[in-house]
Design a protein. Structure first.
Ligand code: SF4
Length: 375
C-alpha cells in the first residue's frame, strides 16, 4: 500500500492513542427545542446516547406554539430550499422519511454522501452516531438530528472509559472500530469500518499485526470467520439483531421452503448459520434484487423492506420474527425519528450535533482511513 495505506497507518496510530485522555467529552446540544415524541414502541430505548450533553434536554415542550403544517412534504421541501439542506436517511427509517430523503443508504454510503455534499445543512435521519459522523466529516456545516434521543444500544455497550482501559491492556493492537460507536470511541481507533467493508479492511492489515475489533462481537466473529484472522473482540451487541429467534426463523423456512434467508452480520452465529446470504443492509438490498428467488426472509431491521419492495415489487419479503411477541425487530432508536420531528428540526435548526474540535479531528482520521481503504 502507498501513502494512503498501511505505512501511513503507523503515523495515524500516534494520534489515535491520545484518545484515552479525552474519552469523557460530551456531545453538546445547542438548543433545547425539540418536538414532543408521540411515537410508541414495544421496546423503548432505556438509555440516552452515551455522548449526550444533558438529560435536561429531554424535557420536551418545544411543540408549544409549533403547528404541524397541513402539508408536511411541501413544508419540508420549502425548508430544504431555504436552508440549502440535504436530507440523508438510513434504510431503517420509517417509509415516509425514506421517501422524502435525498439519499438513502447504509452507514458507508451515507458517510460518503456526507463527505461529498455541498449543502450548508445536513439533516441526518438516522441515529446519533451517524449524525456525529456527518459532523466529523463536515465541521463547518450545521448537522441536525430529528430526535436527539435517537441513540444506539450497540454504541452504548462501549463506554469510552472502559474502552480506554481495554485498549491500554492491549498496547500493541491496532484498533478497528465499527462505525456504530460514539465519536469518543472513533477518536481512540486507528480505522473505522462498516458492515459493508469490515472484511475488506481487516484483510488489508498485515498478518502479524494484532487487532482489537469493537464494539460489535457478532460482526467481529463474522469477520474472523471470513478472514481467518484472530481478533480481540469488544463484547458489544445490538438489541435488535440479537433478538431474532432462531426457532421462529426455522419455522418460517419450513412454511416457506422456497424462501432464501438473508441476514445482517450483527445477528448471532446460530441465526447466521441458517442464512443463504449474509451482508450489510446495502448488500442485502442488492442481493434481493439480483437473486432469482421470489421470497426472502429478512433478518435485519424491517425498515429495509420498504426499499426492497420498491426495487422488486413482484417479490415477497418476510420480516424475521423476534424472540417474543413484540416489535423488537424494529430499532426503537431509529423509529424515534418521525416526519414531524424532521420538519421541526429544520424549522428550529435544532437539535444540532456539535463536537469538541480535538475529538472531531481524532475521530476524522480513522474515518478518512476507512474511506481510503474501501475506495
Ligand atoms: S439497529 Fe442496533 S446497531 Fe442499528 S441503530 Fe438500532 S440499536 Fe444501533
Amino acid at each position: 500500500m502507498g501513502g494512503s495505506g498501511w505505512g501511513s497507518l503507523r503515523y495515524i496510530k500516534r494520534f489515535a492513542n491520545f484518545g484515552k485522555n479525552y474519552y469523557n467529552y460530551q456531545t453538546q446540544a445547542k438548543s433545547r427545542v425539540s418536538p414532543t415524541d408521540s411515537t410508541t414502541h414495544s421496546i423503548q430505548p432505556t438509555t440516552q446516547p452515551t455522548t449526550m450533553f444533558t438529560t435536561a434536554f429531554l424535557e420536551r415542550d418545544a411543540t408549544a406554539g409549533n403547528q404541524v403544517p397541513d402539508n408536511l412534504y411541501e413544508a419540508i421541501a420549502a425548508l430544504k430550499e431555504e436552508l440549502n439542506a440535504v436530507i440523508l436517511a438510513h434504510y431503517y427509517q420509517e417509509s415516509e422519511i425514506q421517501d422524502i430523503a435525498d439519499y438513502i443508504g447504509d452507514s458507508l454510503e451515507l458517510s460518503r454522501r456526507a463527505a461529498s455534499t455541498d449543502a450548508d445543512v445536513i439533516v441526518f435521519a438516522g441515529v446519533h452516531f451517524m449524525a456525529e459522523t456527518a459532523k466529523i466529516l463536515n465541521p463547518d456545516k450545521l448537522v441536525l438530528l430529528p430526535d436527539f434521543n435517537a441513540g444506539c444500544s450497540l454504541a452504548d455497550t462501549c463506554p469510552p472509559d472502559a474502552f480506554a482501559q481495554f485498549k491500554a491492556a492491549h498496547p500493541d493492537h491496532l484498533v478497528i472500530s465499527y462505525i456504530n460507536c460514539s465519536a469518543a470511541i472513533k477518536a481512540m481507533s486507528d480505522i473505522i469500518c462498516t458492515s459493508s467493508n469490515a472484511v475488506k479492511i481487516v484483510s488489508q492489515i498485515p498478518q502479524d499485526q494484532p487487532i482489537i475489533f469493537a464494539p460489535d462481537r457478532n460482526l467481529g466473529r463474522y469477520v474472523m470467520e471470513q478472514t481467518g484472522r484472530d481478533l480481540v473482540l469488544w463484547q458489544g451487541s445490538c438489541i435488535v439483531h440479537e433478538n431474532f429467534s432462531e426457532k421462529k426463523i426455522v419455522q418460517l423456512k419450513i412454511q416457506h421452503p422456497e424462501a432464501e434467508i438473508i441476514a445482517h452480520p450483527e445477528c448471532e452465529p446460530p441465526v447466521l448459520r441458517h442464512a443463504n446470504y449474509v451482508g450489510s443492509t446495502s448488500a442485502l438490498l442488492k442481493y434481493a434484487q439480483a437473486s432469482s428467488s421470489s421470497t426472502f426472509i429478512i433478518v435485519t431491521e424491517p425498515g429495509i423492506i420498504h426499499q426492497m419492495s420498491k426495487q422488486a415489487n413482484d417479490k415477497t419479503f418476510i420480516p424475521a420474527p423476534p424472540t417474543s411477541n413484540c416489535a423488537c425487530n424494529e430499532c426503537p432508536y431509529m423509529r424515534l425519528n418521525t416526519l414531524e420531528k424532521l420538519y421541526f428540526c429544520m424549522k428550529n435548526r435544532s437539535p444540532e450535533i456539535t463536537l469538541p474540535e480535538d475529538i472531531r479531528m481524532a475521530a476524522w482520521r480513522p474515518i478518512q482511513r476507512m474511506l481510503e481503504m474501501s475506495a
